[in-house]
Ligand binder design. Sequence first.
Ligand SMILES: O=C(O)CCC(=O)C(=O)O
Ligand SMILES: [Fe+2]
Length: 300
Amino acid sequence: ACTALEAARKLTAPKATLKKNGEFEGGDFWEEHEDLLRSAWRERVPLHAELYEYGPAFEREYLHPQLRDAVQKARLGQEKDAHELFEEIIPGVFATDLLFTAQFREEFRRELDAINGSGIPTRRPNGMNRYGVILDEVGFEKMLEQLCDAYLRPLAAMLFPELVGARDADEHYAFTVNYDTEGDTELAKHGDASVVTINLCLGPDSWEGSTLRFFESGGSGMYALPKGNDSAGAGDVNFRAGMALIHRGQHQHQAQELTSGQRVNLVIWLHAKDGVVRIAPYAPDEQLTAAQRWSPHRFL
Ligand SMILES: O=C(O)CCC(=O)C(=O)O
Ligand SMILES: [Fe+2]
């Protein structure tokens, strides 16, 4: 008998070709082999098993000490340090180098190489990016869920209290994007299927071009932001390894052409159950308090 891993390695996956609206490209293949692929990923021995196992050791090795300190204070009622981790580099776009350690980035990149070299086929991450990996499908779902519960959802709620209420970021969808001159070099202007997006640059080291351009919101009606469109501005971001952005999913953006090198980012979309994305903002008196957003999720 052949193991799931052996069987998965014998599959011939359809290639990702479409540069937009490619969400369902090869959909039949991925559905037909969903169970087999899930079993194969479970059988595969990872390079860095620690990356898949959320807990105190994970936090110690992989989360930046300043993040851990600030979040500990926020849970005790003092949110100031957590705010100060971030700089609002464009209205509505918050940047920080203080979420993950360099060790996390290096081990994660090596794990991605191992995943890509495993012989198990991987599905394109979304309708526009053809390369990259859906992290929830290769074994990271549980770790990411716990990371979102403990850190990412409260941070998103702190930065965007008008959009993240008690249930608006209960679920995540996480993937990587990969830009290099042989594969995808750019990404068309779009909004994400998320209420809030966390986008971490994993490096590797150097590339040219590939800035992320944000566009003024221009929203009205249901999309009108409480502080007006001035709270979602235009500007270009030059990533560096370790830099993470947090922005509203509806804040449109576009990756400019990469002209040399490679850029790999880890992207986490937060949304409500079943992929529902909140767009109507909460009035100030409907928003979560600091104590509510930092209290363990199950008590809300
Ligand atoms: O190029 C990037 O870092 C952004 C990727 C992105 O916007 C997306 O995948 O939704
Ligand atoms: Fe995006």
